[in-house]
Design a protein around this ligand. Structure first.
Ligand code: SAM
Length: 459
């Protein structure tokens, strides 16, 4: 892309900001965009996963991203997004600079973490992996359609401990003040680091748009502040370069809230590193004896809403039905959490949610995914959910059917076709590719009926 394609006000701003470096920066727009993928340690840290990682690295000629140990560059025309290992959640396609943010926040297993602007899920899936699937992750996306994509990615990567909500930051701040150990705010921004990838972002850019983004970021950041526990950390990131949406917003936060301390911030520049560019700041909220920790330990119910789970006895019955099914079908699977029933869908809310807050806090919230989706309950039978398959290790299922990554059967499977199966195989069967789960099939009379959700089939 030529420099002339960029708005004049933008190049002037960047020249003022970067001085002599500006030529090299603007020149970077003529280079091709960088592409990356990040391995999902929830899947890649088993023996099966490690073998698949080695295969993927050699198949696509991947090269390491210096600031993220699970991150790799790939070059076009490789299309790792179309490989069965992608469908198996072994990796997430993510712009390499964006891989810097979750590591700086450094979420730990067992913590209570919020990703406030989470779709499509790059940072959420990274955070979940760093938490090793333990604790509680609330991944929020204000826009409903984007929240669905986020929920799909959370499921594909087999994340067991995340709730996906679709709420405004204000709605969450009312319910969860002083709640989170760690918060990621990857703010909606003017996207100056997206210009190579998405030239439409150039047409949207103007000084007025930057001012609007900055004012919106300030609103969201104040809600993030409310939800952060004393002693907790907040990562604020953008994929834009101007100071108004980065340093100036952070300065406004630390000026307005003296208990917020800037720990560090870093910028990745496209002319200095191989990546599209990113800004990340890490802040800490000081401990306060007055507020103390966990003052929201037991919240009050916000009234009944459309996401209310069904009454206790029907939930208990459903969960018992699932547990007796799982006792034989999933001998290695342990159900730690609180069951919730929405229609015929049984979910497992992470145990950490119940330990730390009240399920009443969820009333009235839009929740595309209330934890791990376990099953659909059909009259007297269980239909295991796709999300459950994706959260399992293959050894946890009683019946398994493995496909080779490059055989004709795998393509038929992803088209939604039934497969021939050994006649002795009968019942729900975890379908895997090179040992990595990709969904359920139901075997009977020499056929494996395909239960891959219709929306995930590749025609
Ligand atoms: N963190 C995501 C990832 O790594 O995949 C990318 C997030 S993107 C930079 C910013 C998100 O903020 C978008 O999904 C957008 O829909 C959402 N958003 C837009 N307006 C918002 C608002 N007023 N409050 C909260 N989120 C908003």
């Amino acid at each position: 892309m030529k420099e002339e394609r960029l708005p004049a006000a933008y190049t002037t701003m960047m020249r003022e900001m970067l001085g002599q470096e500006a030529d090299a920066f603007l020149e970077s727009y003529t280079a091709p965009r960088t592409q990356g993928l990040r391995f999902n340690t929830l899947k890649s840290s088993t023996d099966t996963g490690r073998t698949a990682v080695r295969n993927t690295i050699s198949l696509f000629g991947l090269k390491s991203v210096p600031w993220c140990s699970e991150g790799y560059y790939y070059e076009e025309p490789s299309r790792p997004g179309r490989h069965p290992f992608h469908a198996a959640g072994l990796y997430y396609i993510q712009e390499p600079s964006a891989m810097s943010a979750a590591g700086l926040l450094s979420p730990q297993p067992g913590e209570t973490v919020l990703d406030l602007a989470a779709a499509p899920g790059g940072k959420t899936t990274h955070i979940a992996a760093l938490m090793q699937g333990q604790g509680l992750l609330i991944s929020n996306e204000i826009h409903r359609e984007r929240a669905k994509i986020l929920a799909e990615n959370v499921e594909r990567l087999g994340i067991p401990h995340a709730l996906v909500t679709s709420a405004t930051p204000g709605e969450l701040a009312m319910r969860f003040p002083g709640t989170f150990d760690k918060i990621m705010l990857d703010a909606p921004c003017s996207g100056e680091g997206m210009f190579r990838k998405d030239p439409d972002a150039i047409d949207e850019w103007s000084p007025e748009h930057v001012a609007m983004c900055s004012s919106r970021q300030w609103d969201i950041l104040q809600d993030a502040y409310i939800m952060l526990k004393p002693g907790g950390s907040l990562a604020y990131s953008t994929c834009t370069f101007n100071r108004k949406e980065n340093e100036e917003i952070i300065a406004r936060l630390t000026d307005s809230y003296p208990d917020m301390e800037l720990i560090t911030h870093k910028r990745l520049w496209p002319h200095l590193e191989k990546g599209e560019g990113h800004f990340v700041a890490l802040l800490r909220k000081q401990m306060s004896e007055e507020t103390g920790q966990g003052r929201n330990k037991r919240g009050t119910s916000g009234g009944r809403g459309k996401n209310d789970s069904k009454t206790n006895s029907s939930v208990r019955d459903a969960f018992q039905q699932f547990q007796s099914w799982a006792a034989t079908e999933l001998p290695g699977f342990s159900c730690q959490g609180v069951p919730l029933l929405f229609g015929d869908s049984l979910y497992l809310l992470p145990a950490a949610f119940n330990d730390r807050m009240h399920t009443g806090l969820l009333d009235g919230l839009r929740i595309p995914r209330a934890g791990l989706h376990l099953a659909h309950l059909k009259k007297n039978r269980i239909e295991p959910a796709h999300a459950l398959a994706m959260a399992l290790q293959s050894e946890q299922a009683f019946r398994r059917y493995d496909l080779a990554q490059d055989g004709p059967e795998v393509r038929a499977w992803f088209r939604g076709e039934s497969l021939p199966a050994p006649s002795e195989l009968h019942g729900w069967t975890l379908v895997t590719v090179e040992g990595l789960p990709v969904g359920w099939g139901k075997a009977s009379s020499g056929q494996l009926k395909n239960h891959l959700p219709k929306g995930l089939r590749i025609m």
